[in-house]
Design a protein around this ligand. Sequence first.
Ligand SMILES: CC(C)(COP(=O)(O)OP(=O)(O)OC[C@H]1O[C@@H](n2cnc3c(N)ncnc32)[C@H](O)[C@@H]1OP(=O)(O)O)[C@@H](O)C(=O)NCCC(=O)NCCS
Length: 173
Amino acid sequence: MAETAADPIAASEYNWTGEPRDPADIEAELRDDFDRDGLIGDNGGSLVVEFGDGTRIGTVGWRTERWGPSPGSRCFAFGIALLPGFRGKGYGTEAQRQLIDYLFEHTTTHRVQSDTAVDNPAERRSLQKTGMVEEGIVREAEWRNGAYHDHVLFSILRPEWEARLRSEFPDGA
Ligand SMILES: CC(C)(COP(=O)(O)OP(=O)(O)OC[C@H]1O[C@@H](n2cnc3c(N)ncnc32)[C@H](O)[C@@H]1OP(=O)(O)O)[C@@H](O)C(=O)NCCC(=O)NCCS
């Protein structure tokens, strides 16, 4: 996790803020957060993406967003970073699909969303492949590396996720 936050290559141009930080500081913060809640709290969390044999290939993280004052307006927004050698092999799509499943299975949220820079075709395609719907452009939403960047907002709603499960497991298994 520290590597994907501290190293510009590991973070990728889309996650690198342009403001270098000491990797030891990031690791210390992560350790504090891990000791506090295991990096899974009510308002967000982080997980390592790993193979069955324990090889760690990246991270996913999520946080709560609210579109209105009612608790029912709460939803989750997620992001991802895979280490460079593991990109373009389908793992990112699978990891995000599993995270969507996790958030719908373990919470009552009606909506899961994610956004990415308009010029990030791999993530746009990957989000689309998870079954998320492209909703529109959020203009100059992100300040990154000395400039504002337009983002594309995607979401999947609980009934859409349930329909995806029914199509994947028609016999209810
Ligand atoms: C974005 C990311 C999570 C995607 O995961 P991934 O495992 O690399 O992607 P996948 O292999 O699952 O699928 C990528 C899809 O995008 C397509 N794609 C990749 N690069 C592309 C490009 N330059 N133009 C068009 N499509 C592209 C692939 O062809 C594939 O689609 P297909 O299966 O229909 O052919 C991963 O590349 C990554 O971590 N990148 C760096 C960090 C990042 O950008 N995070 C998101 C920031 S919001």
